[in-house]
Design a protein around this ligand. Structure first.
Ligand code: EPZ
Length: 432
């Protein structure tokens, strides 16, 4: 299994191109199931999660074509998806267990075909990850849902029916799934307490281009007026705000200066505020973000995750890494996932001073230096926190289980190498 080796201590300077957002691309791919025409997605990131979603759609009967493309002079991929007629309405366990976002086929297939079977994903490293909100909303829209042999089996006679739905939690996944299902329902669906993450706005934009009628985008109250049929459309995937935030921390921790090309400042208001409070200069440009820590004396800040526009849970581990080397004490509080401090024991092995209290909070006391160690993480963002620690630690850090990083960070080593990091991938067997 591949490993990443990093020799710490290099200041990072230069430009990093921010890729299309994984968490936008995954539901966008599934939206293509709502029509028999072609949906074309540009600025797609090349990630193992995208490959996994493509494999699932191919298994359902989708014809997928891929083309090389350029966005702002950078190489990207364009994918076209056409599901003229689905040949299967089942998302098997083997696909769903590898990638939870497979549940995004639930809403579109049920709405278009009146039947779908999706394996229940089960929990994962960051929490229990229930699906009650998705299922209860579909039931309110008239679907009959059963759990059989580990599968969600959903049926509807005729079309789904519009309904007034109140989510008990502003779930990103449920908002996307129910919004997609409601586009083909009969009548009007209202979702109260919908999630407001930018990836949901991106999905709504594609659905509207396909002929859907959606209002309230970017608010907690979405209104979707169902239509009988959707058509094909083309759409450019938004920039990945989590990737941008992750590299912003790399600039801050190495006292470097990195311009994040394509990063959208308006989707990063909360992380940018914390960086500035830490002493880092952040300049917002029209199509980029310049993060300059060359003169910064880093001062620790409290970080509390929240639903958008609050601080994203997907940047919690990376900001904890920053607080590890900032002066003073910082409180890091996780409110979205019940088990998202799995990076802490590994960071402690590199010399961090962190005390976790219960499941939700950790006190991070800044240390003057970190030292390299072999480390591994249990999820994508935690793995990036270990890369960040490796960038500033004395000596050579080995990050194991690189497959987590490959799920969400396109060309990670190339991007970091280009700004001066001493980083390389080593292909060898996992020594665990
Ligand atoms: C999305 O997961 C992201 N994944 C996650 O990013 C991200 O951490 C999360 O949103 C929160 O921002 C994708 O977009 C593919 P949720 P999702 O449903 O949709 C509870 C990454 O690193 N909940 O918004 O699965 C749930 O337990 C990943 O890229 C219910 O109670 O998250 C959690 O506490 C990790 N019942 C909260 O809602 C439900 O039916 C938010 O979960 C659904 C969720």
């Amino acid at each position: 299994m591949d490993k990443i080796k990093i020799n710490g201590g290099r200041q990072l300077n230069g430009k990093i191109f921010i890729s299309g957002a994984k968490n936008a691309a995954l539901p966008l791919i599934c939206a293509s199931l709502l029509t028999d025409e072609t949906v074309t997605l540009t600025n797609m990131p090349m990630l193992s999660d995208i490959k996994a979603m493509n494999a699932l759609l191919e298994q359902l009967g989708t014809q997928i074509d891929v083309f090389d493309d350029f966005v702002d002079g950078h190489e990207t991929k364009t994918y076209s998806y056409r599901t003229k007629e689905a040949t299967s309405l089942v998302a098997p366990y083997d696909y769903v267990r590898k990638m939870r976002a497979s549940y995004y086929v639930l809403g579109p297939l049920l709405a278009r075909y009146g039947h779908v079977e999706v394996s229940l994903p089960g929990g994962c490293a960051i929490g229990a990850r229930p699906m009650d909100i998705h299922l209860s909303a579909l039931e309110q829209m008239g679907a009959k849902i059963e759990i059989k042999n580990g599968y969600i089996v959903a049926d509807i006679q005729g079309r789904l029916q519009g309904a007034n739905i109140i989510f008990h939690t502003a779930s990103v996944g449920a908002t996307c799934n129910i919004m997609m299902a409601a586009t083909l329902a009969e009548g009007i669906t209202k979702i109260e307490n919908a999630a407001k993450e930018p990836e949901i706005g991106d999905l709504a934009e594609l659905l509207i281009a396909m002929g859907a009628k959606i209002s309230g985008i970017g608010t907690s109250n979405l209104v979707i007026e169902g239509v009988k049929k959707l058509h094909g459309a083309a759409h450019k995937v938004i920039a990945d705000r989590i990737e941008a935030g992750s590299y912003a921390v790399a600039a801050a921790m190495t006292h470097g200066r990195i311009e994040l090309i394509n990063a959208q400042a308006d989707t990063l208001a909360s992380p940018i505020k914390i960086l500035r409070d830490c002493g880092v200069k952040v300049e917002e440009k029209e199509n980029s973000l310049v993060v300059d820590a060359t003169q910064a004396h880093l001062v620790g800040q409290d970080v509390m995750t929240d639903y958008y526009p609050g601080f994203p849970t997907d940047l919690q581990a990376q900001f904890m890494a920053l607080m590890m080397i900032a002066e003073g004490a910082s409180m890091v509080t996780e409110t979205i996932w019940e088990n998202r401090f799995m990076h802490v024991p590994e960071l402690l092995r590199m010399g961090a001073n962190i005390n976790v209290h219960g499941h939700a909070s950790a006190i991070v006391r800044g240390v003057k230096k970190l030292s390299a160690a072999p480390v591994m993480a249990t999820d994508l963002r935690a793995s990036f926190a270990l890369v960040l620690a490796g960038l500033v630690a004395e000596g050579e850090t080995t990050v194991n289980r690189v497959y987590h990083l490959d799920r969400g960070y396109e060309h990670l080593e190339e991007k970091l190498k280009a700004v001066g990091a001493d980083i390389r991938r080593v292909k060898e067997d996992d020594e665990e």
